[in-house]
Design a protein around this ligand. Sequence first.
Ligand SMILES: [Fe+2]
Length: 253
Amino acid sequence: MINNHLFYQKATSDDIKKFIIEQIKDKHFVYLNPEHSLELIRKNANKKTIEIKNFINSWNELEADQYMGDGGKYRKRRYATLSSDVTSGRVELEDHQPHFQTKYYNNLNGNIARHYEPIANEIIKGEIMESIFYLSHDLFTELSPVGNWHIETHQFRIESTDNQIGKPTPEGIHRDGVDYVIMICITRNNCIGGESTIYDKNQNKLISFTMKNTFEMVILNDKELFHGVSPIFRKDREKKAIRDMLVITFRKK
Ligand SMILES: [Fe+2]
């Protein structure tokens, strides 16, 4: 079990932010349970109430990833690019553009500009996403104050069906090639597996855990750590297994 989570349940959002900064400085990653993660998202949102159901259901509207180097049909996604300015503190949606990683960071699907459907307007501009962007902008800018941020946001669904296992990280143990990565669990249905592991710079295993609950959050320093997730299989073999995640990366421009 993860040992660097915040133990006390009555933490305020300021306590939680302080804890995140301490953990990332000290261990390069932090785990937040859904209660603490939601407390932060709610406190940071402009509106008093946040619309969680529509947010989660938007993962039902993702499109098949056509660029899988292994020919797999197990991944669906949508994508958006944003940027943020450390002086004004503003986060802006950029024009829709392809996603690009080098082969160095993605041996399976690198060196190709991959065109994905945009994240729905009401989701990318909605109060939950906005809250997460401003929250992460503030945290990462406190950790690394100089230089503006290039932000990439991915809605992912991994499915396991009759004829395929689902691979959340088909490229294996990897870094994303950015500064910081945020992973938020959205839905996990009928899954066995999908265990996340974090490794140090030399790929020595540090910790493994399975993200199961909506809004469980892990933030990691991608310059210091590698990560990977094991395949998912079906618990009930009559139904699909589904693992939905929100992944947001921050890279200095
Ligand atoms: Fe990754």
